[in-house]
Design a protein around this ligand. Structure first.
Ligand code: FAD
Ligand code: AMP
Length: 476
């Protein structure tokens, strides 16, 4: 007979493992099945985020940023260093240790919360049963059941049919996090969040980086004013971003790889040593559902859910990258908590209007809520306040003055509808704006809050004041 649990979670990423822990905290007997393993073939919890996503990318972004600053920015502080070098092997070891300590930590959290951790590939069967298959052989190892099942299988990189990954020279984001030396010339297909972050890492370490982006508009999801400033900053750093460039194929040459693309109807090509394909991610739902279960997928493979993450089958829920909405770790986790609370009979809620977005380049880019362009297209009357970091004492003291804060409020009610920031440490600054929007603050509320001096947060304060043209440290 199948072992029975109160809840089975399929997928141990930030959606699944957080859902499993919250279920256990609420007194539910919970199992979490995950198929991810590390290079040694050992199970490695934490999903894309901890193993090959958020965490390793931020580790490399930090290492490369320190290296770049030491070479190009420290001299302004009077600090000079000779013979600066980067040991890529050591940088990669540091990244691997961070990943292993965090993925191991999830196992410890599971034990502490009495979550049953199962290494295997889960497949949803009829009548609330789950088959657990061996990830390598695909053989059935056990069948378990539960009245509630949470599907949290995440996502995978999209592969371009004409440019298949070869694991060494043409790679996805996972491969680009693992280069053992700095490529002299790197081609990145797709100038989205992942392409920009990984392109920045290798650019700072010395690669000549060309990003080829099919769309004519740079960072189309961001506020236009912020995206324009970002494009200027990245160009200054030497990132060669070519827009409207549709990549068609990659071929081998005696000296590397030739990337062929069309731009404004003309054929172009560049020669590079390695290619990173960063054209987006797709839901990891292949083979997840047995033919006789009622859960449905949309035409792109996303699991169809309602606003409460409930699928078409009673007791089956789905969260995270495998369902609609932004592919962000914190969005997955919050959906996981909300579903756990609904299962336990409580109230679960995710405010999708206040999910923050962050791009961890330098300067960082972060936003919450709507862009000015979106609001104008919707016919919503707005007023905006913009304040540059260059006018704050703290940014000047840090020698890090690029960027600005832009607060957008409703022209009549003054309610904050969006905050868009580019600049230093803005991944942290955005939290205040998320809180403000979650509590339906007005720009005046933000303007009346005392902000410590000298801090970067004063730029948020001044931008809120600027909505009514009363910023203190700004003329005009
Ligand atoms: P995942 O993290 O993908 O986890 C799903 C897990 O389920 C995986 O372990 C998978 O192997 C397993 N699985 C799949 N199918 C099965 C099955 N049938 N049985 C058992 N197990 C299965 N997001 C941010 O918010 N901030 C960032 O800075 C950020 N940086 C990123 C950088 C990179 C390079 C990448 C690739 C992604 C980044 N993301 C970032 C996105 C983030 O990683 C995802 O949004 C997040 O991991 C989604 O969580 P999830 O739990 O839904 O899925
Ligand atoms: P994101 O969705 O943030 O991961 O970004 C992926 C980016 O890749 C998007 O901006 C796409 O427009 C871009 N893209 C997709 N296919 C191609 C292609 N063949 N050539 C160049 N860019 C592409």
């Amino acid at each position: 007979m199948a072992e029975n649990f109160d809840v089975i979670v399929i997928g141990g990423g930030p959606g699944g493992y957080v859902a499993a822990i919250r279920c256990a905290q609420l007194g539910l007997n919970t199992a979490c099945i995950d198929d991810q393993s590390n290079k040694e073939g050992k199970p490695s919890l934490g999903g894309t985020c901890l193993n090959v996503g958020c965490i390793p990318s931020k580790a490399l972004l930090d290492s490369s940023e320190q290296y770049h600053r030491l070479q190009h920015q420290f001299s302004a502080h009077g600090i000079t260093a000779e013979n600066v070098s980067m040991d890529v092997t050591k940088m990669q070891q540091r990244k691997a240790e961070i990943v292993s300590s965090l993925t191991g930590g999830i196992g410890v959290l599971f034990k502490a919360n009495k979550v049953t951790s199962i290494y295997g590939r889960g497949r949803l069967m009829a009548e609330n049963h789950v088959a657990v298959l061996d990830p390598e052989s695909g053989e059935l190892s056990q069948t378990i059941s539960a009245p509630n099942i949470i599907l949290a299988t995440g996502s995978k990189p999209v592969e371009l049919p004409s440019i298949p990954f070869d694991g060494e020279f043409i790679v996805d984001s996972t491969g680009a996090l693992d280069f053992d030396r700095v490529p002299s010339r790197l081609g990145v297909i797709g100038a989205g969040v992942i392409g920009l972050e990984l392109g920045s890492v290798w650019n700072r370490l010395g690669s000549e980086v060309v990003l080829l982006e099919a769309m004519d508009e740079f960072l189309a999801a961001a506020d236009h004013q912020i995206a324009r400033d970002a494009a200027r900053q990245f160009k200054k750093q030497g990132l060669d971003i070519r827009l409207g460039a549709m990549v068609k194929k990659v071929s081998s040459t005696p000296n590397g790889l030739q990337l062929s693309y069309t731009q404004k109807g003309e054929e172009h090509s560049i020669e590079v040593d390695r290619v990173v394909v960063a054209v987006g991610r797709k839901p990891a739902t292949e083979g997840l559902l047995a033919a006789d279960c009622e859960v449905s997928l949309d035409n792109r493979g996303f699991i169809e859910v309602d606003d409460h993450c409930q699928t078409a089958e009673t007791g089956v829920w789905a969260i995270g990258d495998a369902v609609r909405g932004p592919m962000l770790a914190h969005k997955s986790s919050e959906e996981g908590v909300a579903v756990a609370e609904r299962i336990a009979g409580g109230f679960g809620h995710v405010d999708f209007n206040t999910v923050p977005w962050v791009i961890y380049t330098a300067p960082e880019i972060a936003w919450v809520g709507k862009t000015e362009n979106e609001l104008k297209a919707d016919g919503i009357p707005v007023k905006t306040g913009v304040f540059p970091f260059a006018a704050t004492g703290r940014a000047k003291a840090m020698e890090d003055t690029a960027g600005m804060v832009k607060v957008i409020a409703h022209a009549e009610t003054d309610r904050v509808l969006g905050v868009h920031i580019i600049g230093p440490h803005v991944s942290e600054l955005i939290a205040e704006c998320v809180v403000a929007m979650s509590f339906h603050a007005s720009s005046e509320d933000l303007a009346r809050i005392v902000h410590a001096h000298p801090t970067l947060s004063e730029a948020v304060h001044e931008a809120a004041l600027a909505v009514e043209k009363r910023a203190i440290h700004k003329f005009g």
